[in-house]
Design a protein around this ligand. Structure first.
Ligand SMILES: [Zn+2]
Length: 172
C-alpha cells in the first residue's frame, strides 16, 4: 500500500483515539517501509516486505508498549501505527509474513488489490469517513470509545491504585 494511504488510515484512526499521538502513529505507519529502506541503505540485503513487515513482531511490540512500558503513549502509538501498516499491506496481493518463521504470506480479505490500485484510496477514504463519524459520536474530545482511560483517571485521583491495577488490562 502507498504511504499516502497508510498515513491517512493511521492518522484518522489515531485522531479518534488520541489526537496528540497522531504524529508518532503516522511515523509508525510508514516505519515498516522506511526501516526496510534504511536497512538497504546500510548495505543489508533484505526482502521487500520481509523482516520489517512481520505481523507478530509489530503486534507484540504494540501490546508490550501499551501494557508494560511506554513513554507518554508515544512508543505505543508508533507501534500501533506499524500494526496498521502491516494489516493494510495484508490487504494487497503480495501480503505480508505472519510470523518470522512462516513462509506463508498473510492476507486479509483475500488480498485482492495491488499497491497503487484505486481501491486503496477508496479504503483509505472510507476509514477517514468512519473515523470522522466516530469522533462526532464521541464528542470529538479525543475520548476513545473502546478504551477507558484508566491511567488518566488514576492520575486525576478519581480511582485509587488498587482499582487502577485491577482494571488496567480491561479494554471495555
Ligand atoms: Zn509496506
Amino acid at each position: 500500500m502507498k504511504w499516502f494511504n497508510h498515513t491517512l488510515i493511521a492518522g484518522a484512526a489515531c485522531a479518534v483515539i488520541s489526537p496528540p499521538h497522531v504524529a508518532a502513529c503516522v511515523a509508525g505507519a510508514t516505519a515498516p517501509d522506511w526501516m526496510e529502506y534504511l536497512a538497504k541503505a546500510g548495505g543489508r540485503h533484505i526482502k521487500h516486505r520481509g523482516p520489517t513487515h512481520i505481523f507478530t513482531h509489530w503486534l507484540i511490540a504494540a501490546l508490550a508498549f501499551s501494557f508494560v512500558w511506554d513513554y507518554h503513549g508515544i512508543v505505543s502509538a508508533f507501534a500501533w501505527g506499524g500494526v496498521s501498516h502491516i494489516l493494510t499491506d495484508a490487504l494487497t496481493v503480495s501480503g505480508v509474513p505472519f510470523a518470522p518463521d512462516s513462509d506463508r504470506r498473510f492476507h486479509l480479505f483475500g488480498g485482492r488489490f495491488r499497491t497503487g490500485d484505486p481501491i486503496e484510496y477508496a479504503i483509505a477514504a472510507l476509514v477517514v469517513i468512519a473515523c470522522i463519524g466516530l469522533s462526532h459520536l464521541t464528542g470529538g474530545s479525543g475520548f476513545a470509545p473502546f478504551f477507558y482511560d484508566w491511567g488518566g483517571l488514576y492520575h486525576e485521583g478519581l480511582i485509587d491504585g488498587a482499582e487502577w491495577k485491577a482494571n488496567r488490562f480491561r479494554l471495555i
